[in-house]
Write a protein that binds this ligand. Structure first.
Ligand code: GLU
Length: 314
């Protein structure tokens, strides 16, 4: 989205985190074992942490329990270990973090910045249709604000979602500089509207969980796949509203299959066979060239040298 607000705030990369020692992270969702694309994202975040003499953390994003698969977490950690990607601190899991997410939601509620919502998906679509803004298939629904001023009288009791009261105008405008993609800009009110923090089924929303965890783990640098770039403005807005620092962001290139589709667990991308060859492939996928090194450690060393050079060149 174009930057139209003269008064919007530019978030300099790492502005708030300046001076903090580098902390990076890889945050897989255990919906299945890692595939070639997720290994490239893991390697990028590890290389960047190493290049900055920083710490590299692994966080298991199992906040959406029903989507997680038994055994996937162990499989992921084993795949990473077999590729020499070992976290510098114990792994944390989002399933253990509900109290922290609750504290963040309560802090927003106390300032009137979150509100309960009784809308079903269908009610949202109908409200959008009535306004003449028919949602396109698969497009992100912009919440029409039905429950912003309170849940309509007479609505039957039931579980409620909680939404963020996104400010309007310049305060909703997020400009930031991605270390790879350059200047980015989004008006969160117009792009997504009041987004969900806690779902009606009691599941914490990814946006809230990731922002709380990144802040509490002291993450200074988010290096992840480019498929998540569209979440970044929402996350920066939430950081501001919660008084958290904003990390630097680097969105790594996505790995695509022969048909040009992004590899993803949803479309059944195969897990990789961990080891030297998978790592060398991930290195090529990141545009770091090939390595002739025969061992995992040797490939990591080659990749680290190339990553450092590449960062100096930009
Ligand atoms: N859990 C997310 C995923 O597996 C990644 C979140 C992030 O890196 O911010 O797609």
């Amino acid at each position: 989205m174009q930057n139209t607000g003269m008064t919007s705030v530019v978030v300099e990369p790492g502005a708030m985190a300046a001076g903090a020692a580098y902390v990076g992270r890889f945050a897989p969702s255990p919906t299945g074992p890692l595939h070639r694309g997720s290994l490239a994202a893991a390697l990028a975040s590890w290389l960047d942490a190493r290049a900055h003499g920083g710490r590299w953390l692994v966080r298991i994003e199992d906040v959406d329990g029903p989507r997680c698969r038994p055994g996937a977490e162990d499989a992921i950690l084993a795949q990473l270990a077999a590729c020499g990607l070992l976290p510098d601190l114990p792994v944390i899991r989002q399933r253990d973090r509900a109290a922290a997410y609750r504290r963040a939601l309560d802090a927003l509620r106390a300032r009137g910045l979150a509100y309960p919502c009784a809308c079903s998906r269908r009610a949202i679509e109908e409200a959008l249709l009535q306004r003449g803004t028919a949602p396109e298939r698969h497009a992100e629904r912009i919440y029409p604000g039905t429950c912003r001023a309170g849940i309509a009288a007479g609505t039957p009791d039931g579980p409620r979602a909680w939404r963020l009261r996104v400010p309007e105008g310049a305060a909703a405008h997020v400009d930031w500089i991605d270390r790879r993609l350059g200047a980015r800009s989004e008006a969160v009110d117009r792009a997504v509207g009041d987004f969900v923090l806690l779902r009606a089924d009691g599941i914490w929303a990814y946006q809230l969980a990731v922002v709380v965890d990144d802040a509490e783990q002291g993450v200074t640098d988010v290096v992840r796949g480019e498929d998540l770039v569209d979440s970044t403005a929402r996350q920066i807005l939430l950081q501001r509203m919660l008084g958290y620092p904003t990390p630097r962001y680097f969105h790594a290139p996505l790995v695509r299959d022969a048909a040009g589709e992004k590899l993803s667990k949803q479309t059944g991308a195969a897990p990789f066979a961990p080891g030297r060859d998978a790592l060398a492939q991930a290195m090529r996928d990141l545009g770091l060239g090939s390595s002739g090194a025969p061992t995992v450690a040797g490939v990591l060393e080659d990749a680290a040298g190339r990553w450092r050079r590449m960062q100096r060149e930009v």
